[in-house]
Design a protein around this ligand. Structure first.
Ligand SMILES: [Zn+2]
Length: 106
């Protein structure tokens, strides 16, 4: 189970916060301090990981300046670049999304 953390992307440090109650499964807040908020789903970790990945793609979309008018190839290429950066700079996120269990801390 991933705990609250900070996502490094470009020049930004973006909090990723898990909450017990939320009207939606998650959201990416762009204004008034960027952050990602995700509903904690202890009974459905796959759904929670799906939500985290969804919100990470919103983060990349925003931080990498993807526009609605961009064509599919540019959008997908830019998302790939952004996610590659996120996974490289935030290896705990990559392990979490892959469903790899965290080692118990001694
Ligand atoms: Zn969305």
């Amino acid at each position: 189970m991933l705990q609250d953390t900070t996502i490094l992307i470009g020049p930004y440090e973006v909090p990723l916060v898990f909450v017990d109650y939320c009207d939606v499964k998650g959201y990416f807040q762009r204004n008034e301090g960027m952050k990602i908020v995700v509903l904690r789903e202890p009974s459905d970790p796959m759904s929670q990981r799906d939500t985290v990945l969804h919100e990470l793609m919103h983060l990349v979309y925003f931080c990498y300046g993807i526009e609605e008018s961009d064509n599919e190839e540019r959008t997908v290429t830019t998302l790939a670049h952004g996610l590659t950066e996120v996974f490289a700079r935030n290896p705990d996120i990559a392990r979490y999304l892959a469903g790899v269990r965290q080692r118990a801390k001694d």
